[in-house]
Design a protein around this ligand. Structure first.
Ligand SMILES: *[C@@H]1O[C@H](CO)[C@@H](O)[C@H](O)[C@H]1NC(C)=O
Ligand SMILES: *[C@@H]1O[C@H](CO)[C@@H](O)[C@H](O)[C@H]1NC(C)=O
Length: 306
């Protein structure tokens, strides 16, 4: 992973493609609160002790590097529907086999994490993709084609000119969680620590307010592509029911930092909660699938002997 770390250091200032780092970190931390002890051990070992929220940011950091350009389409699925009249994903139409999309990427990287023929660093890389994409698929505008997921829709948020995609990725989550630092700085920077703290606090609030008492066993885990499509359909539904409810003219009619923001907070909470719970169910299952506790213990010993 040394090469990857260098790449990460070179690219931390890039613009976001996805839920901002606050949203991704919170999904990852929330998932970590629901993990079984086995899944916690398995995840930590595969990530080599890296903070799970930091690991979840990896795909955004490499997406801007030309040799990783092929990963960019994996962050979203461009539903060519017609909001606000009709929201729907058609997987044949919207997920092109030669580029892939967030649905196929979740399936692909889940299979790769579990593929014992792959070298460990590639399994770990695929785990980082899974941590990230299960976040992205819950951002409504990552499931919508219109104006490139809202990137092309110019809007105003708290007096600032921006685009609708950024409003959902970062500006609203940051306002909600009282964050005004848009870049958390290099590793070791106190701003980064504050971002981790803010994410963990959000995750803890969601966890503590979960009526299901930490039980994620009813989340979809049957088939990766099927579950991912179900989550994408659900996120896409919010494009019609809220994000573009009054069409493009609606979001361009006034400052989105007021009433629009207030109404969106509930969706942010719900979608980050869904992402965290589902990611946890996923990791719990993957940890189970990779073997029993006995072999688990042996692996740890072997690692320590190296
Ligand atoms: C989905 O898209 C494909 C390819 O464009 C099309 O042939 C098919 O009829 C669509 N399915 C539905 C249910 O609209
Ligand atoms: C699966 O992921 C690997 C590694 O990133 C990539 O090379 C491959 O093209 C992916 N396959 C699909 C079907 O997305």
């Amino acid at each position: 992973m040394r090469i990857a770390n260098l790449l990460v250091a070179a690219c931390t200032a890039s613009t976001a493609l996805a839920w901002g780092s606050l949203g991704h970190r919170t999904v990852a931390y929330l998932a970590s609160l629901y993990l079984t002890p086995e899944a916690t051990r398995w995840t930590n070992r595969l990530l080599n002790g890296q903070d799970i929220s930091e690991a979840a940011l990896f795909p955004d950091k490499i997406a801007h590097i030309p040799i990783f350009a092929y990963t960019r389409a994996w962050h979203y699925i461009d539903a060519a529907d017609d909001p606000p009249r009709l929201c729907a994903i058609n997987i044949t139409r919207d997920c092109l086999p030669h580029t892939g999309c967030v649905v196929s990427a979740i399936a692909n990287h889940t299979a790769r994490v579990l593929d014992p023929s792959l070298p460990r660093f590639l399994q770990a890389q695929s785990l980082r993709f899974v941590l990230h994409f299960i976040g992205d698929i819950h951002q409504p505008l990552h499931t919508e084609k219109e104006d490139r997921g809202g990137n092309g829709i110019e809007v105003v948020f708290d007096g600032r000119r921006t685009n609708l995609h950024s409003v959902w990725d970062s500006l609203m989550p940051n306002k909600y969680r009282k964050r005004d630092e848009w870049w958390p700085g290099p590793p070791g920077d106190p701003r980064r620590e504050r971002e981790e703290e803010a994410s963990f606090l959000w995750a803890k609030e969601l966890f503590d307010s979960d009526g299901e008492a930490g039980d994620v066993s009813r989340e979809c885990v049957s088939d990766a592509a099927e579950c991912a499509l179900e989550w994408a359909q659900e996120a896409n539904g919010y494009v019609c029911s809220y994000v573009l409810r009054d069409d493009v003219e609606g979001v361009q009619a006034g400052d989105l930092g007021g009433e629009y923001y207030v109404g969106a907070v509930e969706i942010l909470d719900q979608q980050v909660r869904n992402g965290g719970r589902r990611l946890a169910a996923w990791l719990n299952l993957m940890a189970d699938a990779t073997g029993d506790e006995a072999s688990d213990g042996m692996l740890i010993v072997q690692d320590e002997l190296k």
